[in-house]
Design a protein. Structure first.
Length: 344
């Protein structure tokens, strides 16, 4: 009995030793650009979704690749244009090809333009999170030197009580940090995920975007109306004070990384009915003007949306609504990128 136990112990030690050696050789533990315990949720993800938009069903995989971008794996050296936003840019409950980014890429291809946008948007992200991403995420990606960053910004930054958990890409719990560190650096965890994605991805997330829909009647406030309502009011919540600091820091990251930024302002289902969103959009425009940055003033382009089928809640667009916004954004974004490429 002792001999059996001894043999098993020796074999176990040999097995563990081999695993450690293989991890040291093929894992990411000692690589300069390993992710450590950061990016705990938004990388190496694949889940099967079945969603419903206006009684039409869509079945697709929601995927985040090795480097954390939505979609399939890509050589980071080939990523030249990045789209960054919150859940309104990520659009988890919309098939990738029907998201704003998906429609933009499809139209670029149709126009025979060698332009591809890669989606870095993650749910809940504010401009505070954008700055953290440059520090904890993008700096860890080897050969990652994009030329253009598109910032889809406004809604999340208009909430002063936005939870920090959306912006900080790591857990404060020591136990969770250890688990995330292993998950992000182990080659065997990566291989197990590959096997799971290929052969055992059976998790189906069903989501009807219209269920419990709060939108019934829309009192749409366009930019002209919002300006009359809010232009001479006061920022009692201190929204712009914090937003100004965040954009100041973002400007440092833009210059440090030699990035050409393009900002896109935002609206909600009822336009710009909230004072804080109006303030944030207006400061974004001022910031872009001061720094000579390109901006697409989406809040000024949408005049009236009385149809409730464009949004499935206060901020997230349906497939129909996404296509509507895409049609407004595309010609302006296309021209900005073409002009930038010509100047390079």
């Amino acid at each position: 009995m002792k001999n059996i136990f001894r043999i098993l112990s020796i074999n176990l030690i040999i097995f563990i030793t081999i695993l450690i050696i293989l991890e040291a050789i093929f894992g990411y533990w000692f690589k300069e650009n390993n992710f450590g315990y950061f990016l705990r949720k938004e990388r190496l993800k694949k889940a099967f979704y079945e969603t419903s938009h206006d009684e039409k069903s869509y079945k697709y995989y929601y995927k985040r690749n090795f480097y954390g971008f939505r979609g399939d794996d890509v050589d980071p050296e080939k990523i030249k244009i990045v789209f960054h936003g919150g859940s309104t840019g990520n659009q988890r409950y919309t098939p990738e090809n029907l998201t704003i980014v998906g429609l933009l890429n499809k139209e670029f291809k149709k126009d025979n333009l060698l332009i591809t946008i890669h989606n870095a948007s993650t749910d809940g992200k504010t401009s505070r999170g954008y700055n953290n991403d440059f520090k904890y995420w993008f700096s860890k990606i080897p050969n990652f030197k994009p030329d253009v960053f598109i910032f889809f910004v406004g809604i999340n930054d208009s909430h002063i009580d936005q939870p920090k958990r959306f912006d900080i890409p790591y857990s404060n719990k020591v136990s969770q940090k250890i688990i995330d560190y292993i998950k992000n650096n182990s080659i065997f965890v990566e291989l197990l995920k590959d096997i799971k994605f290929k052969y055992f991805t059976k998790i189906k997330i069903s989501y009807d975007v219209r269920k419990n829909n709060p939108i019934q009647n829309i009192n749409f406030i366009n930019y002209t109306k919002a300006k009359k309502l809010f232009e001479n009011t006061i920022d009692n919540d201190g929204i712009i004070i914090q937003y100004k600091k965040r954009l100041g820091k973002l400007n440092e990251n833009i210059k440090l990384n030699n990035i050409h930024p393009i900002f896109i302002t935002q609206i909600k289902y009822n336009g710009i009915s909230e004072k804080n969103l109006f303030f944030v959009n207006e400061y974004t425009k001022k910031f872009a003007e001061i720094n000579d940055y390109n901006i697409i003033k989406l809040d000024e382009l949408v005049d009236n949306l009385s149809d409730t089928s464009y949004f499935y809640d206060n901020v997230h667009t349906t497939v129909k609504g996404t296509e509507y916004l895409f049609n407004l954004i595309y010609p302006l974004l296309k021209q900005h990128i073409i002009n930038f490429n010509e100047k390079k």
